[in-house]
Design a protein around this ligand. Structure first.
Ligand SMILES: Cc1cc2nc3c(=O)[nH]c(=O)nc-3n(C[C@H](O)[C@H](O)[C@H](O)COP(=O)(O)OP(=O)(O)OC[C@H]3O[C@@H](n4cnc5c(N)ncnc54)[C@H](O)[C@@H]3O)c2cc1C
Length: 138
């Protein structure tokens, strides 16, 4: 078994793990990401499509917002139709100017993976981490 020394081990390369990795990289903290699935599987996994403001802000802070700014569709609110009447829920007004952005999680994942690749950060795919392994970590 290969021995690794790092400050932080992140289990899972979903958007949370990848974003945390990018923020740690920017802060100069060494880390690895361990993911049970292949990189291709993770990049192609279809899931979310709506990003809340806090996610958009974090992606900006991580410096991974170029495509998001280019292709993301910001919405100030939503409209609900009942009995022929349109009701607008003005998200921006209700949240002091915040918005939601339509941008696929698949794209967020790919953007973060590309940023990780460009930064030369380590990642291990096809590795399932069990509790037993966690107890062996110092
Ligand atoms: C159909 C669907 C639609 C959704 N729509 C929205 C939406 O519109 N807006 C929104 O904000 N959210 C949405 N979500 C939720 C969003 O997709 C999740 O909140 C997000 O994926 C969570 O990211 P994560 O990184 O925490 O977890 P995950 O994406 O689940 O990533 C966790 C990773 O850890 C790996 N892993 C787990 N255990 C181990 C282990 N022991 N060893 C190694 N690897 C491990 C897994 O393989 C996985 O890749 C949706 C989810 C689904 C399923």
């Amino acid at each position: 078994m290969e021995n690794l020394t790092t400050q932080v081990a992140i289990i899972g390369s979903g958007p949370a793990g990848l974003l945390l990795g990018q923020l740690l990289f920017k802060a100069g903290i060494s880390h690895v990401i361990i993911e049970q699935r292949s990189a291709e599987y993770v990049a192609a996994r279809i899931r979310a499509g709506i990003l809340e403001q806090v996610s958009v802000d974090l992606l900006k802070q991580a410096g991974v917002d170029e495509n998001l700014n280019k292709f993301g569709l910001a919405h100030d609110g939503i409209e609900i139709l009942t009995n022929g009447l349109k009701h607008r829920v003005d998200l921006s007004e209700l949240t002091q100017g915040k918005q939601v952005t339509v941008y696929g999680q698949t794209e967020v994942t790919k953007d973060l993976m590309h940023a990780r690749e460009a930064a030369g950060c380590d990642g291990y795919h096809g590795v399932y981490l069990q509790m037993f392994h966690l107890f062996q970590m110092n």
